[in-house]
Design a binder for this molecule. Structure first.
Ligand code: NAD
Length: 363
């Protein structure tokens, strides 16, 4: 029997190609994994009537660990997002997105080593929205006026931003525990508490309370989100672990991906108390579907995070070392890496050939 059973969700667009590359790389490490295929995304809607069939959730609940490719967010179907639904269904409250420099990516910086810890279940992603022109929106606008809480134009659509004490407490604690376990120096809480007093203000207050418990063990500071963005671009080495509410976390993690070479190499993980789902930061890049050109690095590095989570540290390090070696050589890299390095895609290789180069290094 396999040592680990992992749910595999290939997803939409470039998902099947990059997850296939990832799977081959993981198998090359010799780790014993049984892949339980449970697909989700736009392309399964015809068969199941939903992009997220129940059996996918059941499979993850059984196996506790899943790795997925990106899925396309269906537009105009009433289904918001598979990713948001998955994170909610499994209470995957942490979105971990490390951004670290790898020589050979052609990135603007060489000394980035940042870990983004994004809250994954609330904030503007809670999905509580009122469409412009509906009786519900009108009622809410009237309620706000009646309570003297402010004036909202009648032709407004409204999205609510709930941030709770419990939600903030567990994500900040997770960030500190991560910092301790991974020998990190500092946690920075990122917010806009000067303007959003009751949501971000609460997040900051809770962050300070939790930080006090770690005093002397992990440094703490807080920063306003706009200043954080400026600071990241100016001098990224001043940051270590960042903990952010959902929306800022989403935006700042793409910014951080840009500092280290782009979306093609940015891995991620969604982690809860019971389950973990690993996935790249990027989306399904529909225009590259089936062309064997997408960069599978982000998916492969997400698998390295997964191997670490499964306790397979040596295999995780082996995958990372092999990716680094291939990027450092710079001869067998995908179009995006080639373009950042040389300004042209000339001489780049496809998804499979790049995966083969990594497998060669592991071997
Ligand atoms: P995207 O990440 O798919 O693409 C942004 C840009 O980066 C495009 O130019 C794309 O070609 C490029 N790119 C992305 N991944 C790449 C890779 N591995 N190799 C080379 N180039 C790559 O973002 P988008 O276009 O905004 O979204 C497309 C779809 O993906 C949407 O439906 C969106 O909702 C969905 N999405 C899903 C996830 C997820 O499943 N976790 C995350 C983000 C977006």
């Amino acid at each position: 029997m396999a040592k680990h059973t992992v749910t595999l969700i290939p997803g939409d667009g470039i998902g099947p190609e990059i997850t296939s590359a990832m799977r081959q790389v993981v198998e090359a490490t010799g780790v014993d994994i049984e892949w339980e295929l449970a697909d989700a995304g736009e392309h399964v809607m015809g068969e199941y009537g939903t992009p997220l069939p129940d059996y996918v959730i059941e499979s993850i609940k059984k196996n506790k660990v899943a790795i997925k490719g990106p899925v396309t967010t269906p537009i105009g179907t009433g289904f918001r997002s598979v990713n948001v639904a998955l994170r909610k269904a499994l209470d995957l409250y942490t979105n971990l997105r490390p951004a670290f420099s790898i020589p050979g990516t052609g990135a603007r910086y060489e000394d980035v080593d940042i870990v983004i810890v994004r809250e994954n279940t609330e904030d503007l992603y809670a999905g509580v929205e009122f469409e412009e022109g509906t009786p519900e929106a009108a009622e809410l606008i009237a309620f706000v006026a009646e309570k003297g809480a402010g004036t909202i134009r009648p032709d407004s659509g409204i999205s609510l931003k709930p941030i709770s004490i419990s939600g903030s407490e567990r994500i900040v604690r997770w960030a500190f525990e991560y910092a301790l376990a991974n020998h990190r120096r500092k946690v920075t809480a990122v917010h806009k508490a000067n303007i959003l007093k009751y949501s971000d203000g609460l997040f900051l207050r809770v962050a300070r309370e939790v930080a006090a418990e770690y005093e002397g063990r992990v440094e703490f500071e807080d920063r306003i989100v706009d200043a954080t963005c400026m600071g990241l671009v100016l001098r990224p080495d001043q940051f270590d672990v960042l903990v952010l509410p959902n929306l800022y976390g989403d935006i700042v993690s793409d910014l951080a991906a840009g500092l280290v070479g782009g979306l093609g190499i940015a891995p991620g993980a969604n982690i809860g108390a019971e389950y973990a789902v690993f996935e790249p930061v990027h989306g399904s890049a529909p225009k590259y579907t089936g062309q064997d050109v997408a960069n599978p690095t982000a998916e492969i590095l997400s698998a390295a995070l997964m191997l670490g989570h499964l306790g397979e540290r040596e295999a995780a390090q082996g995958v990372l070392a092999a990716v680094k070696a291939v990027l450092a050589e710079g001869t067998r890299v995908t179009y995006d890496i080639k373009r950042t390095n040389t300004g042209s895609t000339e001489g780049s290789v496809g998804t499979q050939a790049y995966a083969d180069a990594i497998i060669e290094k592991i071997g």
